[in-house]
Design a binder for this molecule. Structure first.
Ligand SMILES: C[S@@+](CC[C@H](N)C(=O)[O-])C[C@H]1O[C@@H](n2cnc3c(N)ncnc32)[C@H](O)[C@@H]1O
Length: 217
């Protein structure tokens, strides 16, 4: 599969899939978008010292690195599950500039996040990473999730992933009070989340996006 390295407007890298004509992050800024949608509107909304995260689409590992850095800063215990159907090659992930922008000392951690084995627990201090090599459409989702980062390709490019069936599967995997965040605020996405039982909020988006969605179980 052809995947190209691109630089977004905040200077951070992203990837581009020519077959889908789709980028992994906003062209306005990959780090800027992930910090806003997943960390500020998701991670920061969970007050507990211990939490379990489930991410749909591990991709570049940016959300995992940001969550790791937050967990270290706040001394939180985090179990981080992330599912990915198409793991990236080390040739690509070695080029990503996230550690040098975020925290120069985090290059070894970022390398570990990528090079560590799939489908096993990888403890990195108080942060336990568990990457699932699988397809969200057919895989079992771990239960006990407090926070879900729904970071699939857009509903226009990958509609099956944004179905009510998948949202219900995720809803069932979450603890009461759990938080689901995604960068899309499409009406049909919002309506499907509500049909599953979530209480859905529209929040201000990062630059380039008016709104994003946060759904509470
Ligand atoms: C928008 S990208 C974001 C990835 C990642 N969160 C990041 O920040 O780089 C979507 C990701 O979902 C993955 N993906 C696509 N279809 C999938 C599926 N059916 N099951 C699991 N992952 C999938 C893609 O390969 C890609 O890595």
């Amino acid at each position: 599969m052809q995947i190209e390295l691109v630089t977004t407007r905040d200077g951070s890298h992203s990837l581009y899939r020519p077959d889908l004509d789709e980028q992994y992050h906003s062209a306005f800024g990959a780090i800027q978008e992930s910090m806003h949608v997943f960390i500020k509107c998701g991670y920061d909304a969970i007050p507990t010292k211990k939490l379990q995260v489930f991410e749909v689409g591990f991709g570049t590992g940016l959300n995992a690195l940001l969550s790791f850095l937050k967990a270290m800063e706040e001394q939180k215990e985090v179990k981080y599950f992330s599912i990915e159907k198409y793991p990236l090659s080390p040739e690509l992930t070695n080029q990503l500039n996230y550690p040098s922008i975020l925290e120069p000392g985090s290059s070894a951690i970022f390398e570990n996040i990528h090079q560590s084995a799939w489908d096993v627990d990888i403890p990195i201090g108080q942060f336990v990473l568990h990457k699932i090599h699988g397809d969200i459409l057919t895989s079992q989702i771990p239960s006990g999730n407090d926070l879900v980062y729904f970071d699939a390709f857009s509903p226009d490019k990958d509609p099956l992933l944004w179905s009510e069936e998948i949202f219900r599967k995720i809803y069932d995997s979450m603890n009461a009070g759990g938080v689901f965040v995604t960068y899309s605020a499409k009406g049909e996405v919002r309506r499907r989340l509500i049909s599953c039982g979530f209480r859905v909020e529209k929040l201000t988006g990062p630059p380039g996006k008016i709104h994003i969605l946060r759904a509470i179980k």
